[in-house]
Design a binder for this molecule. Structure first.
Ligand code: EPZ
Length: 423
């Protein structure tokens, strides 16, 4: 295992290139199962989650080549329809091979994903949707067996859950429906940019999908799909994370390149309310500290609302912003593991029933802290950047799941982060 030593009181300047989106890459990689032809996917971030997905695809029989950010995949001959527990437990998003496997082979056997620290991660909505397309589903021994002996049949599917729409659930049903007989309508679909990117990928393969990005997606089934050359959208959560780094620690300003500011509207709105100085260009955003920083009230919601994946990072900013801020996570109410670690650094945060009440303090101070999940780890790095002293963060494998070389990128902006073995 490795740990970070984050040297405090950083002063950031310069530019940073944002990587391709992890959360767009994962379902798109799974969608290559839908064709026998070669798919080229560009700007796939080199993070452990995409590596796990490629391992799962190879396990199923895919031929995979990877050269820097470009992945070439050919699922000509699949010799399995199983995604085993030892791979699924490492990465919940592997459930999104269910839909394409079912569409390609009329059957799939995927382990139930475990929970994780941000909360129970059910897949009941995925299964409801796939059952709606005619799949027979048995859950036993921690595995989900799906079968559609005579192929899937299009229908109208309601995918809305009690906590809103499901991103990967929408992806799974869309990938199953593209080869189903007849037309499918998904009501209550997730509207995230990553769903749109997947729909664009599938349409480039020859699918007939309309309405992606809206709560109602219509899919006209086709008989086969072809290979494609696709570039993944920029990672809006990595971009948001670096925006908060600039808001906290920019000397004057930092500039993000290769971003889609239209995917960050809710984050930019909140950072504007906090007084941050921003300049939005074509595929670039510059940000500097606020002259008079202000706290804010945030409620996470499905896109285009404020993203739950940016909630921890905002807690870092608010921990040293004068006044009161309130952060409510309606999607993952337990997603506050970062708060207890920030309190070890002197933050004044009270968490109750999915809501964090934060009273800003003047400055945090270094303490040994532990990463617990992907975004909480990023939040602790941000806190370490402005704290006094050297903050030690253990279990940085969490951060490597979804951030491509975050320590190198921050070092290029002037931060000092040592990555050392943690025996
Ligand atoms: C995606 O996860 C993202 N992961 C998550 O990002 C993100 O936090 C989440 O969407 C919400 O935006 C990927 O895209 C790989 P959901 P997903 O299904 O699709 C409930 C990160 O940090 N639900 O949209 O698994 C669920 O409990 C990760 O990059 C059901 O009740 O999340 C949650 O409350 C973390 N039943 C809500 O819906 C289901 O069958 C939204 O979950 C599915 C979900």
């Amino acid at each position: 295992m490795e740990k970070f030593i984050v040297h405090g009181e950083a002063s950031l300047e310069g530019t940073v290139n944002i990587s391709g989106s992890k959360n767009a890459s994962l379902p798109i990689l799974a969608a290559t199962l839908l064709t026998r032809e070669e798919c080229i996917i560009r700007r796939v971030p080199d993070v452990s989650d995409t590596n796990y997905m490629l391992q799962i695809l190879q396990n199923l029989g895919a031929e995979v080549e990877r050269a820097s950010g470009t992945v070439v995949i050919k699922c000509e001959k699949l010799h399995s329809h199983e995604a085993p527990y030892d791979l699924v437990r490492k990465m919940r998003a592997s459930v999104c091979v269910m839909g394409p496997l079912l569409a390609r082979q009329n059957r799939a056997n995927v382990s139930l994903p475990g929970g994780c620290v941000i909360g129970d991660r059910p897949i009941d909505l995925h299964l409801r949707g796939l059952k709606g397309l005619g799949a027979r589903i048995d859950v036993e021994g921690g595995n989900v067996n799906l079968e559609a002996r005579f192929g899937l049949k299009g229908d109208t599917i309601d995918m809305m859950g009690k906590n809103g729409a499901t991103v990967l659930g929408t992806d799974n049903v869309m990938m199953a429906a593209v080869l189903a007989k007849g037309t499918t309508v998904i009501n209550g679909a997730a509207c995230e940019p990553e769903v749109i990117d997947l729909a664009n990928f599938l349409n480039s393969m020859g699918a007939k999908i309309t309405g992606a990005g809206s709560p109602r997606i219509e899919i006209e089934g086709v008989t086969e799909l072809g290979g494609v050359d696709h570039t993944v959208i920029p990672d809006r959560i990595e971009a948001g994370t670096f925006l908060v780094a600039g808001a906290m620690a920019a000397k004057d300003k930092i500039t993000l390149r290769r971003v889609r500011s239209d995917h960050l509207a809710s984050v930019l709105e909140v950072l504007g309310q906090c007084g941050c100085k921003m300049k939005i260009g074509d595929e670039t955003i510059s940000i500097g500290k606020a002259d008079q920083p202000l706290g804010a009230n945030i409620i996470t919601e499905p896109y285009p609302g404020f993203p739950t994946d940016m909630q921890a990072q905002m807690c870092s900013l608010f921990a040293t912003t004068p006044g009161l801020s309130v952060v409510k996570d309606t999607i993952f109410p337990q997603r506050f593991m970062h708060a207890s670690e920030m309190k070890r650094m002197g933050a004044n945060i009270q968490v109750d029933d999915g809501t964090a009440v934060i009273n800003g303090v003047n400055q945090l101070s270094a303490a040994p802290v532990m990463a617990s999940d992907l975004r909480a780890s990023a939040a602790l790095v941000l806190s370490g950047l402005t704290a006094t002293g050297q903050t030690e963060i253990t279990r940085v494998y969490h951060i490597d799941r979804g951030y491509e070389h975050i320590d190198d990128k921050l070092a290029a902006l002037g931060a000092r982060i040592d990555r050392i073995p943690d025996h």
